[in-house]
Design a protein around this ligand. Structure first.
Ligand code: GN1
Ligand code: MG
Length: 374
């Protein structure tokens, strides 16, 4: 953990009125470090969110910041264009005293600062179908809002992020090298994913064949990346915009299903607690269609149930690879955490397979009501 003195020095680069009081670690993200910063402004306490970008994961932080700046400005113009009647908000970057949306400290670390949105929170495990519907609708609307983003194609901040066959190749490579001598612990998990390898290329192949269009997508629609309003329960703001880049709409829906339907935490050790909640799936589907349904192609709609399984297999592989590599990518706080994460994903995959026909039946019934409203 960084010392207050260092954090304060970083904060002082940003154009903020008032006096720095304290910075405290915040949130449960697996990649960047986030702090809630408190300022005193004329006797009133104000909060900001300070974040250090993980440079091992995002090797071109300048490009990340260029994307985030463009995307947030675009969202802001939409919100202002609605005469502020919308429930939607956006994260808003603060600028430094020399007009930049980030600062680089003496160690070469990249930091950015956001306005802190009060009276709202994120949920690692969704508490109700109503929250699921509203969160998914907000992610769907986000894709819709990005359709007319002006300017050139966004940077690919992590190339091949959802290239699932390539994720398998990386896993196979880690198995071959076995740098931490851990392969012997995971033969069941390896067999599990290898027996499904023919499915892993499905969406990238459809995209290569021009059957699934490239869009601007969020790519990290873990359910705790939506801020939910404390009073209305509405999904008001999309967070973690570092991976907003060209992608497939289905990746976003898939990750909502993966992260939202799980009844337990992502790293739950008691696998009997890990279940795919069908009522949450239904709410996610209805909510997403309400937000994005008007622009999805028939094939995109058709692949919605499969996308959940695909992204869950992908994350299972990523956690397993990181476990074999010695836990270098995802933050861990205890031994075997990445292995536990992998196991929850594979358990969810099995549950999704058992529910596959039911998911399609539901989708078919909603296709007669194009916007999927409840
Ligand atoms: C990471 O930082 P966070 O927790 O929002 C990861 C996602 C994974 C997620 C799994 C850039 O997201 O891809 O789905 O962990 N982000 C990156 O918990 O790799
Ligand atoms: Mg996050």
């Amino acid at each position: 953990m960084r010392r207050q003195r260092e954090l304060r020095a970083v904060c002082e680069a940003f154009y903020i009125y008032g006096d720095f009081l304290v910075a405290t670690p915040f949130g449960t993200g697996n990649i960047n470090d986030t702090y809630q910063v408190t300022y005193d402004q004329g006797g009133i306490r104000l909060h900001y969110a300070l974040q250090r970008i993980n440079k091992t994961v995002f090797t071109k932080p300048d490009q990340v910041m260029e994307n985030v700046d463009r995307v947030t400005r675009h969202m802001l113009s939409k919100i202002h264009g609605s005469n502020l009647t919308t429930r939607k908000r956006t994260i808003r970057l603060l600028y430094t005293r020399d007009g930049k949306p980030f600062v680089v400290d003496a160690d070469g670390e990249y930091w950015r600062m956001y306005i802190f949105i009060e009276h709202a929170r994120t949920y690692d495990v969704l508490e109700s179908a109503d929250h699921a519907y509203k969160a998914a609708r907000t992610f769907g609307e986000f894709q819709w809002d990005m359709v007319d983003l002006p300017g050139p194609r966004l940077h690919e901040t992590i190339p091949d992020f959802h290239n699932t066959p390539l994720r398998l190749e990386r896993l196979k490579d880690a198995i071959k090298r076995d740098p931490c001598d851990r392969v012997k612990q995971v033969s069941k998990e390896i067999d599990f994913i290898l027996s499904r390898d023919s499915e892993l290329g499905r969406l990238v192949e459809l995209n290569r064949a021009n059957l699934l269009p490239e869009r601007i997508t969020h790519n990290d629609t873990k359910i705790n990346n939506i801020l939910i309003d404390d009073v209305s329960g509405e999904g008001i703001c999309v967070l973690d915009l570092d991976t907003v880049m060209p992608g497939l709409a289905l990746y976003d829906f898939g990750d909502m299903v993966r992260s939202g339907t799980n009844a337990a935490e992502e790293d739950e050790q008691r696998l009997d607690r890990v279940r795919m909640r069908f009522d949450i799936f239904e709410a996610l589907l209805r909510g997403y269609l309400a937000g994005a349904g008007s622009f999805l192609t028939p094939l995109e709609r058709e692949e919605l149930p499969f996308s959940g399984k695909l992204i869950t297999m992908e994350l299972g592989m990523r956690f397993l690879t990181d476990f074999l590599e010695g836990d270098t990518y995802f933050k861990t706080t205890r031994v075997n955490q990445n292995l536990d994460r992998c196991r929850t994903q594979f358990k969810l995959v099995e549950e999704m397979e058992a529910n596959f026909c039911k998911m399609h039946k539901l989708l078919k019934s909603l296709n007669t009501r194009p916007n999927g409203t409840l």
